[in-house]
Write a protein that binds this ligand. Structure first.
Ligand SMILES: [Zn+2]
Length: 81
């Protein structure tokens, strides 16, 4: 994920980071998020579950929806369907 750039120059001139760098970081995050989402949905499909909405209890994961139950892989909250 990290791309080391061959510029030996560090930002030491006290200038704020240029927007381009911020944009590149946002694009990297979006790219990573896309990969994770695809991996997650593939994994969920393999396991016979689907990805539901955000856990309202911990807000740290999406709920996984199985046949008869919905559960949170982060806090363990579960709810029958
Ligand atoms: Zn949770």
């Amino acid at each position: 994920m990290y791309q080391s750039r061959p510029t030996g120059k560090r930002q030491s001139d006290g200038q704020p980071r240029p927007n381009r760098s911020l944009r590149r970081r946002v694009e990297a995050v979006e790219h990573n998020q896309r990969l994770l989402r695809n991996t997650l949905s593939g994994l969920a499909r393999e396991r016979g579950v689907s990805v539901g909405c955000e856990c309202s209890r911990c807000n740290r994961a999406y709920l996984l929806v199985a046949k008869h139950v919905m559960y949170c892989p982060s806090c363990g909250y579960d709810r029958g369907l």
